[in-house]
Design a protein around this ligand. Structure first.
Ligand code: ATP
Ligand code: MG
Length: 421
């Protein structure tokens, strides 16, 4: 079972890096998620290479190398416009802090390197030169059985590195796999170690989970084992509920997340839409990038929509003005996901989506930039001084033309503004 011959297509750059390593007398292997994805017929996201060459040797073999994580044996080889991570085979020393090995040792034996990896499906290696698949832990069989199984003793492996329980939940969702019984049973004891792991690494696992077609599978495990602690604590206030006939707020929440398209901001907002009390600083502990944080917080603040079919077109324009045209589609998408969870007629959301699209393409004014006057016109025609009152006046004019788009003409606007002074 441990070695069989396989052929896989690899991009030219990856093949060329492997060839150069072989020519230099080293061995090169495709490992990790890229091999797992190839074996299960998915296109790999990125290509993980492992080699017997030490980082120093890799830097001699290739002309352009960035020492990305050189202490752990990872460097980035640059070729043309491509960048490829290449990691030296290594064995991990003891883990005393629950998150990093105390030391790493560069080794020559691929099977020893595979033994330090987390799950059997991630602990295989393929050698392009020999076309051999190294599979010492039965990863291929677990891929077929759609099972996530720890390499070696699950309790020991989970307690070494607290992040692995969260990775288990993440892979369960992204691959839609079951967690093997012994592996699952080892998880609760290790979960307290998770808080020792940096917020950034835990956040990245959560965000990868949210990219799954249906994140619910991973999210349910995460909440059950307390993995949201000191990440998104509010999730723990959402009730589990009794059963399917009476789903609690948490069950509704994960279904809502599944119904949202796979965008981080949307799915994060979906996660806290029912949180009571509404968090004052949502997502603060996650240390998200500014753009995602801002968007997720705005979506959550706007919350649910009270749209009815009898809304006038002016009411639709006001909705767009108040929510912001840039986020309106997403807020309706979130609302639609929420309606679907409640099994309510979500046709209302599609109708609103259509009406918002027509309002946006109608040319009717929706934002200050659509007004036929600007601050300069105000100063010239109304003899006003520069200052914040100009912005204020424009805002009031906009509010007027939202209801009366026919008044969006320069002379009319100047007259209306005069009446507002
Ligand atoms: P992805 O598709 O998200 O890239 P991946 O399996 O490649 O999934 P990475 O985080 O890129 O995940 O890690 C690459 C490989 O390194 C994994 O497949 C696994 O073999 C090993 N690995 C990563 N993190 C850990 C960890 N915390 N403990 C043990 N092995 C790990
Ligand atoms: Mg990877």
């Amino acid at each position: 079972m441990s070695s069989a011959r396989y052929d896989f297509d690899m991009p030219e750059t990856v093949r060329s890096v492997c060839n150069s390593l072989s020519t230099a007398g080293e061995r090169a292997y495709l490992v990790g998620g890229s091999l797992r994805d190839l074996l299960s017929g998915r296109p790999p996201v990125d290509w993980d290479l492992a080699t017997t060459a030490t980082p120093k040797r890799i830097m001699e073999i290739f002309s352009r190398v960035v020492p990305t994580g050189i202490d752990h044996g990872t460097v980035t080889v640059l070729m043309g416009d491509d960048a490829l991570e290449v990691t030296t085979l290594r064995g991990d020393g003891a883990y005393t802090d629950g998150r990093h090995p105390d030391s790493v040792e560069f080794i020559k034996d691929i099977e020893e390197d595979l033994a330090r990896r987390d799950f059997t499906i991630n602990a295989m290696a393929w050698e392009p030169e020999e076309r051999i698949l190294h599979d010492p832990f039965g990863g291929r069989d677990d891929l077929t059985a759609r099972l996530l199984r720890a390499v070696g003793d699950p309790v020991a492996r989970f307690t070494e590195d607290g992040l692995r329980v969260m990775r288990a939940a993440r892979f369960a969702a992204t691959l839609d796999f079951d967690i093997e019984k012994g592996t699952l049973e080892a998880m609760p004891a290790a979960t307290p170690k998770l808080v020792l792991v940096s917020v950034e690494r835990r956040r990245d696992e959560l965000l990868k989970t949210l990219k799954a077609r249906a994140p619910s599978r991973g999210l349910l495990i995460m909440k059950e084992f307390g993995m949201f602690d000191r990440l998104i604590d509010e999730v723990h206030n959402l009730e589990d509920g009794q059963d399917e006939s009476e789903p609690g707020a948490w069950k509704r929440t994960v279904r809502r997340v599944d119904f949202c398209p796979a965008q981080n901001a949307l799915r994060l907002a979906a996660l806290l839409l029912d949180a009571i009390p509404r968090p004052r600083k949502p997502f603060a502990s996650l240390r998200l990038d500014r753009k995602t944080h801002k968007k997720a917080s705005r979506l959550l603040n706007i919350g649910k929509i009270d749209y009815q079919s009898d809304w006038t077109n002016a009411r639709i324009r006001r909705f767009l003005y108040e929510t912001g045209a840039d986020i309106a589609m997403d807020i309706i998408t979130l609302w639609k996901a929420d309606l679907r969870v409640a099994d309510t007629n979500f046709g209302a959301a599609d109708e609103l989506l259509d009406r918002v699209k027509s309002a946006m393409s109608s040319g009717d004014p929706l934002a200050a930039k659509d007004l036929r006057v600007d601050g300069d016109d105000m100063m010239t025609d109304l003899d006003l001084e520069p200052g914040p009152h100009l912005g204020n006046l424009l805002e009031r004019l906009l509010s007027h033309v939202i209801d009366h788009p026919e008044d969006n003409e320069k002379s009319k606007l100047i007259e209306i503004a005069r009446g507002m002074l």
